[in-house]
Design a protein around this ligand. Sequence first.
Ligand code: C2O
Ligand code: CU
Ligand code: CU
Length: 506
Amino acid sequence: MLRTELGDLDEQIASTERALNDARAQRDRELLADQIEALAATIERAVPGFGGGAPAAMSGSTQMDSAVQGTNLRNASGFRALHWRPYFENTKNGVILVDIDSRALHYWSEDQSIYRLYPTSVPATDDLTRKGRTAVVRQTNALSFNQNVHLHGGVVPAASDGHPMQLIAPGGSFMYRYPNEQDAATLWYHDHAHGLSARTMFYGLAGMYIVEDELEDALDLPTGDFDVPIIVQDRAFNADGTLRYTDNIDEGFLGDTIVVNGSVSPRFAVRRALYRLRFLNASNAREYSLALSNGAPLVQIGGDGGLLEAPVSRSTISLAPAERVDVLVDFSRVAAGTQVQLTNGLGSGSTAAVMRFDVTGSRTTSGRVPTKLRPREEIPAPVRTRRWDLMFSTSGAPRWEMSGLGFEMDRIDARPALGTTERWQFVNRSHRKHPMHLHGVHFRVTERSSGVVPPGERAWKDTVMVDLDETVIVQPRFAPYPGRYVFHCHNLEHQEHAMMLQMEIA
Ligand code: C2O
Ligand code: CU
Ligand code: CU
């Protein structure tokens, strides 16, 4: 493919995108108020029949068995197998065109349609979301209320970021352009419609998006069946098996049942080999501390924004909402027939176990643990400091604030200069922890008032937990795209109760 033709195509896409954006953003803003009103009822109606059918059968080679262990389950007919399905339909001239629609609130309905319609993963074996190759995703909204798609951790033009006020109306569609110019990383995407996103996350509008690149290819890491996305969430159910959401502005939504890739307490048959497990915490508000019951180390190789400089061996890994960690786990030295639990040290009762690995077969070589990963990039020194005090306000209607501010569409709260870095201080002056997240850019965690920044947090990140009484300093790099992006707490009930501001990078 000639570069000039590629360039033309890119330009056509960009201008279509801009036109669509302007028209829709305007119309959708007007529709928004009504939509929010109607939301709760609509969502409840959109999830009929949950828990109706028999458990789905396993199929394919990287499927997680949906069978169940333990007694923490509300509804045995709700179990679902993992289902990974490629969603790319069309690749042409180096541009990937993806068509998705979103009857996705059928989360856990009869046919696991979420994985197809609002896909929950890009299989790592799919050679498609590679660095340097643009993906164009056309998202069609088949729901009855506004939605959009935000690529979390994606370094994408503002027009394709899925700003909370830039929405796709019911029946409409929108083309997002993902340049994939960033390094290999485990990204994810979710609905970000203002006022709705805590609920839509709970009902299943989320998925993983994996970017690969050549540096990573050369490392001989486990791939294919040995590279497994693990999306951890918590849920609550009514007695009839339907999902039960409660809006808790203080703690955020906390469910009593853990699900992995949509399955309650799944077990996963692993070979005696090295595995790459990509963990994503896609819970609304719950934090996890992951460990293996056989005491085996979790060898962390990456975080939100991609690979670390070198692997870090850890016995436990905490995972705040929206964070990702990539780890290597060596099952090759575990005897066949062994069951290894993945536990959550922050849970109790039904939230203490996450899933189980059943070790089978003979030893297989699937890759190795590299000694070096990605060299650390040099970045310019910060040009200024901004401070954000994280607070709960009860002076009016109770809400969460940053330095006395809550989300306002018509106000810009920070104007960083394109290409610079800054020092952002998140000062926790509240009684809850806050996983703070910036759109559009990555940052380094440079200081934690509670102690040193752990080695697992030293690669590029986009979400960082700010503990009680803690001040965390991060250094975002505002590049390469100008434009308006939000930053917010990723406890989604906090976010929806105003803990979100806007920056304009220029
Ligand atoms: Cu997961 Cu505003 O982001
Ligand atoms: Cu994001
Ligand atoms: Cu918060």
